[in-house]
Write a protein that binds this ligand. Structure first.
Ligand SMILES: Cc1cc2nc3c(=O)[nH]c(=O)nc-3n(C[C@H](O)[C@H](O)[C@H](O)COP(=O)(O)OP(=O)(O)OC[C@H]3O[C@@H](n4cnc5c(N)ncnc54)[C@H](O)[C@@H]3O)c2cc1C
Length: 378
């Protein structure tokens, strides 16, 4: 028996590779923008692949969002363009809670357009003073008649400025709620006070007495973490897929360079520790891919049940990608350091993956607690 992806996913992989190939020449330029690149957006819309990010009832490809499908697509897209990869997955991360807990009217209004890339989605959890410890958020929700009133500031929000709709985590009395806020709502403003080392469309979302109708609550009042957890359980493993794709792209570059360049009369790929460094990269990539597919298949079956595997895969694959891309830069010598080169871009793109959607340390801390419980059960 071969441990290979089953057929529908092989076809999907080919579709995603075709999309990535179609934007390859434009990837470097798009990755440097701080807003969504229209050509990337058109290519994603034209591919139909964004339909994977919403449920079947609202124009999605599958009855419910399939973590393995998302993972397989991200592996291909991240190898070519971080911009396109982020654009694809954020349609799901930004809208999943709506599918899980949105009212019928809100689902009907947003999910179809998001799956067709006619609307752009965002998820706003982080605040200037709050990252990993989301229970410390200070953005508030109050009620005024039939309206919900939101006050606060969300920070480092992907797609800020381009999003048509934000799903915002707020403090709601003693609990936490999730509220959908259309970008055109009066009182919502976007600021872009920073740029990070990796290409990413990011910004802060300022919410100044923003008012939305009561049916914009996503999920039950006071239980906003439930749809957030559903979102993470479905999409976290796909970061591992993106990391595997990125690492393999880096290794390809390193092999190309070290087989074509000679020093001391020998190709670099056969010199000193270089061959072992390349083979170590390959080993780490294959190990990461095996765990990633296993975790993605588990998440596709039952996202909550598979969450520990998704966390293991996210930590394992993003940390491996960091090591791989660093070695690849090293074996390419000064050519690995040239700004704008493929390898330099991959080096920068790999770094944030270990921070967002659960940093390595936060996930390891949670995994360690689960490990002790599991291994001490009788
Ligand atoms: C490219 C990018 C895109 C992003 N997009 C979004 C988005 O769309 N929406 C959104 O809401 N947020 C987004 N974020 C924010 C992201 O979710 C946070 O960066 C992340 O939650 C970590 O929070 P922090 O950066 O404030 O780090 P902190 O929480 O301040 O942590 C700093 C360091 O301390 C460690 N640490 C923290 N707590 C613990 C602990 N309990 N145990 C051990 N170590 C700990 C962390 O691992 C980290 O190394 C994005 C971030 C990046 C980089």
């Amino acid at each position: 028996m071969l441990f290979e992806l089953p057929e529908p996913y092989l076809t999907l992989r080919a579709e995603a590779r075709a999309l990535a190939d179609s934007v390859r020449d434009h990837a470097a330029e798009a990755d440097e923008r701080d807003d969504i690149d229209p050509r990337m957006r058109a290519a994603l819309a034209g591919s139909g692949l964004a339909a994977l990010t919403v449920p079947g009832r609202f124009g999605g490809r599958d009855e419910r969002v399939d973590s393995l499908a998302i993972t397989v697509v991200r592996e291909q897209l991240a190898a070519t363009s971080a911009h396109l990869d982020s654009l694809f997955v954020m349609q799901g991360i930004g809208s999943h809670a709506i599918g899980v807990g949105g009212t019928a009217a809100v689902r009907q209004r947003w999910l179809g357009p998001i799956g067709r890339v006619e609307a752009i989605a965002a998820l706003a959890l982080t605040e200037p003073d709050v990252g990993s410890d989301l229970r410390a958020i200070t953005t508030t929700l109050t009620r005024d008649g039939d309206e919900l009133v939101i006050d606060g500031r969300k920070s480092f929000i992907t797609n800020a400025g381009d999003a048509d709709v934000y799903t915002v985590l707020v403090r709601d009395g003693d609990g936490y709620s999730l509220v959908l806020v259309p970008a055109t709502t009066p009182g919502l403003a976007v600021e872009k006070p920073y740029q990070i080392i990796a290409p990413h469309v990011l910004g802060d979302v300022v919410l100044d007495r923003v008012r939305v109708p009561a049916d914009h609550l996503v999920g039950a009042a006071g239980e906003g973490f439930r749809p957030v957890l559903d979102t993470l359980a479905t999409f976290r493993v796909s970061v591992a897929g993106a990391a595997v794709g990125l690492a393999e792209a880096a290794l390809r570059e390193a092999v190309r360079h070290t087989t074509s360049r000679e020093q001391f009369g020998t190709p670099l790929a056969r010199l000193g520790p270089v061959p072992a460094m390349l083979a170590t990269c390959w080993t780490e990539i294959e190990m990461a891919r095996a765990l990633t597919y296993r975790a993605a298949a588990a998440a596709a079956h039952d996202p909550r049940e598979g969450l520990h595997l998704a966390s293991l895969a996210k930590v394992g694959a993003t940390e491996a990608a960091g090591r791989v891309v660093d070695r690849c830069v090293q074996v390419m010598g000064r050519f690995g350091l040239v700004r704008g080169s493929v390898i330099e871009r991959l080096y920068r793109e790999a770094r944030p993956m270990r921070v967002y959607e659960g940093s390595t340390e936060v996930l390891l801390d949670s995994l360690a607690k689960q490990l002790v419980r599991r291994f001490t059960e009788v």
